[in-house]
Structure formats: C-alpha cells, structure tokens
Design a protein around this ligand. Structure first.
Ligand code: AMP
Length: 316
C-alpha cells in the first residue's frame, strides 16, 4: 500500500445557514486534498495527516473526523497551549460570501515544533509522497520553515516524492518577497508542483500558464500541472507539455476547494498508476462536481453519486 504524508492545517469551519445559525464542519486546503485523494483511491493509499491540534473537545472531534474519512491521525500532535484555528463563512443579502479567520494562534502553527520534540524522521518513513502547500509554509515560524526544508531534503534523499501547491494567501505573509523566496525554495525541492495561474499572476506577475511552466522548469520541477479554473490545465511531464480541458458545469455554486479537490484527484490518479493526462481528466471531473456543490467537502453520499459515474478506472 502506498504511503502519503499530508502536512498542514485543518480548521473548524462555521458556515452560515441563516442569520445567526451556522453549520460546523472541518476544512483547510491540505485536509480537503487529503479527503478527496483518499475517497478517490478507496483502499490503496494510507494517508497520514501531519499537523497539530489541542487537548480540547473540538480537537477530539477533529481527530474523529480525520478517522471518519479514513485518514491516519498518528502524526497529529497535541498542543497543551493552543486549539484548532477557526473560520466563519457569512453570506450577505446579495449572496456574496465573506470569510473571517481566527487562526493566528492555532495549534497547527506548532506542528513542527511538536514534531521536533515528540516525533522522528523514522515515523515518516517509508513514504511515497510528502504533500504540502504555501499555507502549510505560511503558518510556520521562520525557524520551523528552515527545519521543514531540511526535513524535506532528508525525505527526498530517502526517495520520497515531494509535492507542492503554492496556494498563495497574501494575508498570511508579512510581504510578497519573503513569500516568493519560500515558494522558490519549495519548488526547487519539489518533484510535482500543482500551482494555480491566478496565484502566479499576483505573486510573480506571470501572464500565461506557459510562463508558469517555464519558470518551474527552470527551478527543476519535473512534473507540473498549472491550473486555470474553467480554462483547464497546462501540464508538463516526461519532458513534454500537454493541455487538459476543464469539465464544463451547468451552474457553478461554490468554487471553494476546486483546486484542492483537483489536487486530491490528481494525486490519487498518479498513485494508482494513471498517466498525468488521465489523472488530470479524472481530477477535472472531480473538481467540476465539487464546484457544483456548497462547501469544501461534498457529503459522502454526494461523493458516492459522483463515483457511480466517474472513478479512476473510468480513465485508466
Ligand atoms: P482553479 O484552482 O480555479 O484553477 O481550479 C482548479 C480546477 O477546478 C480547474 O483546473 C478545473 O478543473 C476545475 N474548475 C474550477 N472552476 C471551474 C469551473 N467554473 N467549471 C469547471 N471546472 C472548474
């Protein structure tokens, strides 16, 4: 069975149903990817979530949620001084959504400090893939970021494939220069990169997906998938580039987790032996289903209806 480590933050989500009534769920970029990757692959993957929570009731519920999604929680450390981050999604009278975050002192920020105290490299190995994002990087202290890059170098030397999605969130970085410097380091260590064109437009001034491809090729990334919303993706692997279209949808309901679900589907495809192009096709089908539904994570029942129509074997 393939072993995957997914590093980052899962938060408490409060989603406004009607005025002052909220639905509580758990979400976060890498968590969303982990859920879609595991659901897509059924039995063949063991996904370990590397993170930290507190010792409170909500933290227990978060761990229970990971287990419900069949994610391995053995690398989720417990902080005695912090709790999970939280965000609220409010919808105004025009249907416009806005997000408010309480994550400045979340337990996930202590993940690597706790890993250093209580964990070891041996707990991470053997592994096939280590997956992290620009948000996983942004929430760390500068010292922990340096530690993470060193850890990734060791994992890479042990044959682990490194996968990175920049997921640029300007509010999480003190300035864009620091962010670019960290993303460049992350890319230089990555075997597979899954950037969004919009992130690169804002952060690097890229104009086209081809610009992003050229930039990441220069940094030595061997497999690159540049996501561009309904315009589909520009991919690169085995020295060749390719296009893969998005799957058109009747009505976009909520684009939250479009990129995260695409990444989960793509990873699942690749880890189950699909080609980069076939993995993009499956991932695009999954992401188009996700944008037709509210929230980051579709229900298990909704996912079953999706997999009744499309699954990895449809594209193999
Ligand atoms: P993005 O992160 O916005 O580039 O989206 C990631 C993936 O989600 C895209 O590569 C598409 O496969 C899918 N996607 C996003 N928006 C749409 C849309 N409006 N219609 C269909 N698919 C979409």
């Amino acid at each position: 069975m393939k072993q995957v480590i997914i590093f980052g933050e899962c938060m408490v989500e409060l989603f406004q149903l009607v005025d002052n009534v909220y639905h509580q769920a758990f979400a976060g970029d890498v968590y969303n990817t982990a859920v879609y990757c595991k659901r897509s692959a059924a039995q063949q993957l063991n996904l370990k979530f590397l993170s930290a929570v507190g010792t409170d009731l909500v933290s227990d519920k978060l761990i229970a949620q990971l287990e419900q999604e069949k994610l391995d929680s053995s690398l989720v450390f417990r902080s005695k001084t912090a709790r999970p981050g939280l965000y609220m999604i409010n919808t105004d009278c025009f249907g416009e959504r806005s997000f408010v975050y309480w994550r400045d002192s979340s337990a996930a920020k202590q993940s690597l400090a706790l890993f250093r105290q209580q964990g070891s490299l041996a707990q991470l190995l053997p592994a096939d893939v280590f997956y992290f994002s620009g948000i996983s990087l942004a929430i760390l202290s500068p010292e922990d970021r340096t530690y993470l890059f060193d850890l990734i170098k060791e994992l890479k030397q042990s044959g682990v494939q490194i996968v990175f999605d920049p997921n640029y969130r300007p509010a999480l970085w003190p300035d864009a220069d620091l962010c670019r410097a960290n993303f460049d380091k992350a890319y230089a260590l990555s075997d597979l990169a899954l950037p969004g064109l919009d992130d690169h437009k804002v952060l690097y001034g890229s104009a086209t997906a081809a610009d992003v491809l050229a930039q990441l090729q220069q940094l030595g990334v061997k497999e690159i998938i540049v996501k561009n919303g309904p315009a589909g993706v520009l991919g690169y692997s085995d020295g060749k580039s390719f296009q893969s279209p998005a799957v058109p949808v009747k009505k976009v309901i909520d684009t939250t987790a479009a990129g995260d679900s695409f990444n989960g589907g793509y990873l699942s495809g690749r880890l189950n032996g699909l080609s980069p192009l076939a993995s993009c096709q499956y991932a695009a089908a999954l992401a188009s289903f996700v944008v037709e539904h509210t929230g980051a994570i579709v229900t298990k029942e909704q996912f079953r209806s999706f997999s009744g129509r499309f699954n990895l074997s449809t594209f193999s």
